[in-house]
Design a protein around this ligand. Structure first.
Ligand code: NAG
Ligand code: NAG
Length: 263
């Protein structure tokens, strides 16, 4: 190692702990209403939650937020803005429309997406006309980075995990929808979650964005005891049981990953 390298390393060691709010270079921050964390009425556990407790209390019955159980510093460092652009900038990615039943797709280069599409979500833009990167990345190109992800340390018997990685600007998110059970983790940025149990039908328009729902509908529903919500910070994990409705809102430019569990 050269002397200059050692000096740079030393500087990094001294500087990094003092750097407040390292955002991985994903600099856009949500403003005003977008950025509000909101309340959290989902049970929060720490990493001492055991697999037995997870199965007994949450797996088949209610969502849970787990703090301190993720050890993804390596994955986090590889998903910094500079690292991802260097590795994947030239690659074509497939965007999905951000409505409840994401049908439409659009192809774009990863660099173009990072440079021009991570701006804050416009309040007037509909979900079916908003495109962002989540889901379509189980292709081989992303495998080496997905391999670095340490899965949440809990499992459901007879289910296999499939990873899905995403990146989106402040104010984006997917409106209410449901599917099988799984975990989601924010790697960079904060992400707000809204959930309803399977037997409750949330009031929402499938082509309107979560941001539009937050501003127009949420004020009328926020005291509904069936509405579960919480904001995840980087390194926190949320578990959504089978068929629970959920809507998401990225408060910042966010990198996130989901672990879908299929029988
Ligand atoms: C998006 O959805 C709205 C409302 O459902 C609809 O009026 C509009 O035509 C749709 N846009 C596109 C591009 O399909
Ligand atoms: C939502 O948008 C899609 C595609 O843009 C359209 O085909 C569908 O009819 C719209 N749904 C509603 C309920 O307006």
């Amino acid at each position: 190692m050269r002397k200059t390298d050692i000096i740079v390393l030393l500087q990094l060691c001294v500087l990094l702990p003092a750097t407040q709010q390292d955002d991985g270079g994903w600099m856009t921050r949500g403003k005003d209403r977008i950025a509000q964390l909101g309340p959290c009425n989902i049970v929060v556990q720490d990493g001492s939650l055991t697999q037995e407790e997870f199965l007994e209390r949450y797996a088949y019955s209610e969502p849970v937020v787990i703090k301190g159980a993720s050890h993804n510093q390596l994955f986090q460092s590889r998903t910094r803005h500079t690292a991802l652009l260097e590795r994947y900038g030239h690659m074509t990615i497939r965007l999905s429309s951000a409505n409840s039943y994401s049908y439409a797709k659009r192809d774009i280069s990863f660099r173009d997406y990072c440079d021009h599409h991570l701006h804050p979500q416009q309040l007037t833009t509909l979900g079916n006309e908003t495109f962002y990167f989540f889901g379509d990345n189980n292709g081989d190109e992303w495998q080496d980075i997905l391999d670095l992800y340490q899965h949440p340390p809990y499992y459901l018997p007879y289910h296999l995990p499939a990873l899905s990685f995403g990146l989106a600007g402040p104010g984006t998110g997917v409106p209410f929808h449901f599917h099988g059970p799984g975990f989601a983790e924010t790697i960079w940025g904060r992400k707000r979650w809204f959930m309803y149990p399977p037997d409750v039908n949330p009031n929402f328009h499938p082509n309107r964005t979560t941001l539009q729902w937050l501003i127009e509908d949420y004020p009328k529903m926020k005291d509904d005891p069936n509405l579960y919500e919480c904001t995840l910070l980087p390194g926190e994990i949320i578990y959504f049981p089978d068929k629970w409705w959920h809507a998401t809102l990225n408060l910042d430019s966010s990198v996130f990953i989901s672990t879908f569990l299929s029988p």
